[in-house]
Design a binder for this molecule. Structure first.
Ligand SMILES: Nc1nc(=O)c2c([nH]1)NC[C@@H]1CN(c3ccc(C(=O)N[C@@H](CCC(=O)O)C(=O)O)cc3)CN21
Ligand SMILES: CC(C)C(=O)C(=O)O
Ligand SMILES: [Mg+2]
Length: 263
């Protein structure tokens, strides 16, 4: 059975954790799909892990379409989620739809956009036209130059309130999923309780509907600085399949993330 927006909603309602990983090619898509990964994210992190760039900003639409096509061919059960790259959706809803349509035509089932309440109008525009949207809030890497680095977001009372309001505005506009990156676990829990859709955390603790990590971090092959939320599942595994199985089992069994992975 294919994973759809409804499957995710049902899993969240039943307290079954959603396992998500980034994926950039067909062979890994097939492997992750077989291992029971529920969502394959063609993340714009591919700019850093595949292309060696210093941020996600240089990633282009043709590159995202290419990797989405590769992943979609290898996925049977998993939901295919594609990041909209920097500059492909911020101008206005029409620009966002034109580019989202290209990713859907490449095989995505949902697109992800970064930003808070100011993106709600765009979310509504996409959703009304048949494009399910995942809202990415908290540490949004496309804002790295504005944030002055990859820093935890929502630590102060006022920032936490703003992020909670962002989650409400984006889900009111029709977002099917909320992804929170690098926010304190207490805030991730509050957002999860406040919205009616599943939530995915990265560094956000256990009280969310599911977890995501970058595949190359799970396999321990990314040479850059490791964020607190990263766990190398290859360290105790004998194969790539074993590491991915261990990640899925740890997410489903609520043993990942441990306190040392959270903010
Ligand atoms: N390999 C890889 N993994 C990722 O998770 C990832 C990428 N690349 N590229 C795109 C973004 C960048 N991300 C990052 C990168 C670094 C931190 C980081 O080092 N954060 C500090 C927070 C320090 C603080 O404010 O307290 C940390 O210690 O985790 C977080 C997210 C997440 N994404
Ligand atoms: C880290 C995840 C959430 C992401 O957006 C990406 O891989 O690009
Ligand atoms: Mg991304």
């Amino acid at each position: 059975m294919k994973v759809t927006v409804n499957t995710l909603q049902q899993m969240a309602a039943e307290g079954q954790k959603i396992a998500m990983l980034t994926c950039y090619d067909a062979s890994f898509a097939s492997l992750l799909d077989e291992a029971g990964v529920d969502i394959l994210l063609i993340g714009d992190s591919l700019g850093m892990v595949m292309q060696g760039e210093e941020s996600t900003l240089p990633v282009s639409m043709p590159e995202m379409e290419y990797h989405t096509r590769c992943v979609a061919r290898g996925a049977k059960r998993a939901l295919v989620l594609a990041d909209m790259p920097f500059g492909s959706y911020q101008e206005n809803p029409a620009q966002a739809f034109a580019n989202a349509a290209r990713l859907m035509q490449a095989g995505a089932h949902m697109v992800k956009i970064e930003g808070g309440a100011f993106m709600a109008e765009t979310v509504r525009f996409l959703v009304e036209r048949g494009v399910p949207v995942c809202a990415h809030i908290g540490l949004t890497p496309q804002f790295v130059n504005a944030f002055g680095g990859y820093k935890v977001q929502g630590r102060s009372e006022s920032d936490a309130e703003r992020i909670l309001a962002d989650a409400r505005a984006l889900t009111d506009a029709g977002a099917s999923l909320v992804l929170m990156e690098c926010v304190p676990a207490v805030l991730a829990k509050a957002v999860t309780e406040a919205v009616a859709v599943p939530t995915i955390g990265i560094g956000g603790g256990l009280d969310v509907s599911g977890q995501v990590l970058v595949l190359y971090d799970v396999l321990g092959v990314y040479p850059g600085k490791k964020a607190r939320f990263v766990k190398n599942f290859m360290a105790e595994a004998h194969s790539i399949q074993g590491a991915v199985n261990a990640y899925v089992a740890a997410v489903k069994g609520k043993t990942f993330p441990a306190p040392e992975h959270c903010f």
